[in-house]
Design a protein around this ligand. Structure first.
Ligand SMILES: [Zn+2]
Length: 290
């Protein structure tokens, strides 16, 4: 089975990460990746790029898309994009990447959009409207969406599951607004992360069925959903689902102290219906020029 992982992250940040986050004014990232107030081990792994590639090999993953993080400042997006662009240039056969951008700042995001193609990126995201404080229905976002559509770049949006359960670092997204935005931007392709925050399983699913150009990824499924989610999602939206892990998050914190990719890949291979497997693991994401 050929497998593409459409949702990973990589943080080329050396030295003390908390100090770096402070100096870059990246409060949210520093909060969730720094020492936890409850004393538990952070869920975020920080592999080297060699370990990243080895973990892909071990899991049988042909290519991974490194999603940008939802940085609060476009200055951080630019700095991280430069480093990620260097990495994908060195591993064009294994890695693709989406450019990090904060669409709340029109001028800053315009610059990123203009250079993204030349830098080797193939999409924008992962974006988070609550952390990055943008309004998906306002004119500044519309300008960004239009520019992304013009160069046929998909936009990956983080969506949070609307549930009373709280977990460390949870930042709610306004899913109704995101769903409305999908209809507002028919020329854009969106990848809605984490099974669109679970909306595909509920009423939101009916709306998605009528829209084209949307994909749903499975990022962080073992942390957020029970095992039945794989089968349910694939049965509902075989042509729109894509495999994503959210590596190097530790997706099985009780089992593993460090990041790894084999367990989620095996779980997905076991749970995804055979009739949808090729579409889910490979063909659907291949429709985008990643
Ligand atoms: Zn996410």
């Amino acid at each position: 089975m050929k497998i593409i992982d459409a949702h990973t992250h990589f943080f080329p940040i050396e030295g003390d990460k908390t100090a770096w986050a402070k100096s870059a004014c990246e409060t949210y990232w520093g909060f969730i990746n720094g020492p936890r107030p409850d004393g538990k081990l952070s869920l975020q792994g920080f592999p080297t790029i060699d370990k990243f590639l080895r973990d892909m090999d071990a899991a049988g993953i042909e290519r991974a898309i490194i999603q940008g993080w939802y940085w609060e400042h476009n200055s951080t997006c630019r700095e991280q994009n430069r480093k990620i662009a260097d990495i994908i240039r060195k591993h064009p056969d294994r890695l693709s990447a989406f450019a990090a951008v904060n669409p709340s700042d029109g001028k800053g995001s315009r610059e990123i959009v203009e250079s993204a193609q030349d830098m080797g990126f193939s999409g924008f995201g992962e974006l988070h409207e609550a952390v990055q404080k943008f309004d998906i229905m306002d004119d500044i976002f519309a300008e960004f969406a239009e520019a992304a559509a013009a160069i046929k770049f998909p936009i990956c949006l983080h969506m949070t599951k609307p549930e009373p359960r709280q977990y460390f670092g949870k930042a709610d997204t306004q899913n109704d607004k995101i769903i409305a935005a999908i209809a507002k931007f028919p020329h854009n392709t969106f990848i809605l992360a984490h099974w669109a925050g679970g909306e595909i399983f509920g009423d939101g699913g009916k709306i998605f069925r009528e829209s084209g150009n949307i994909f749903f990824d499975s990022a962080a499924t073992p942390l957020l959903y029970d095992t039945s989610a794989w089968k349910k999602a694939c049965n509902l939206f075989c042509k729109n689902v894509v495999f994503g892990s959210d590596y190097p998050l530790r997706l099985y914190p009780r089992k593993f102290k460090t990041e790894e990719l084999i367990t989620i890949t095996d779980e997905a291979l076991r749970e995804v219906p055979k009739c949808c497997a090729e579409a889910f693991f490979y063909d659907n994401i291949k429709k985008l020029k990643i």
